[in-house]
Design a protein around this ligand. Structure first.
Ligand code: GAR
Length: 210
């Protein structure tokens, strides 16, 4: 059973999907701690309700990114995780921090990477006239939203979509693919190698599993 630490900054609906998938036994893992960089967020309540240790590390209490990241690393490592899961954790991370968790840290991003790294992904997909949008789970590397892809879900864009409707449908897909990726990792089926990501020993395409 793998030890999982989840980092959040907000509502934690992806965290909830992971809580449910560990509780049902689908994921052979235990969420040992949830850490938020923002006080008072719903995700911390979700953790507490599930009996999971919920911790706040407010980035505003630190005067540099390096100081925050090194405190965060110490806090995470005190839980001895096998896997670190970024679930709506809205902070840019230092190379040193990311390198420490290379091959054992996931992020979820609301676009079909490598399209639309960064923010406002739904609006940007609409403005580009894309017919397909979606979400991606990837291994975290020092390049922002640039790590090797594990799994993507594709969401068709309707001609009358607006950003909030599109976001809602993408969000629902996130709740399906994040537990899937974590399930695979916890079953030792996923690996980050020099040449890419393997699932059961076979190299995934550059889009990840779709
Ligand atoms: C999710 O849509 C996630 O993809 C996004 O934040 C949201 C968090 O929702 N993450 C990013 O944009 C990372 N750059 P949640 O708190 O309900 O899980």
């Amino acid at each position: 059973t793998k030890r999982i630490v989840v980092l959040i900054s907000g509502s934690g609906s992806n965290l909830q999907a992971l809580i449910d998938a560990t509780a049902s036994g689908r994921i052979d893992g235990r969420i040992v701690a949830v850490i938020s960089n923002r006080p008072g967020v719903l995700g911390l309540e979700r953790a507490q309700k599930a009996g999971i240790r919920a911790e706040l590390l407010d980035h505003k209490a630190f005067d540099s990114r390096e100081a925050f990241d090194s405190a965060l690393q110490a806090l995470i490592d005190s839980h001895e995780p096998d896997l670190v899961v970024l679930a709506g954790f809205m902070r840019i991370l230092t190379t040193e921090f990311v390198s420490h968790y290379l091959g054992r840290m996931f992020n979820i991003h609301p676009s079909l990477l490598p399209r639309y790294k960064g923010l406002n992904t739904h609006q940007r997909a609409l403005e580009a006239g894309d017919t397909e949008h979606g979400c991606t789970v990837h291994f975290v590397t020092p390049e922002l939203d640039g790590g090797p892809l594990v799994v993507q879900a594709v969401v068709p864009v309707a001609t009358d979509d607006d950003a909030s409707r599109l976001q809602q449908r993408v969000h629902e897909c996130e709740h399906r693919i994040y537990p899937l990726a974590v399930e695979w990792f916890c079953a030792d089926r996923l690996q980050l190698l020099q040449e890419g990501v393997t699932l059961d020993g076979a190299l995934l395409p550059p889009t990840g599993y779709r």
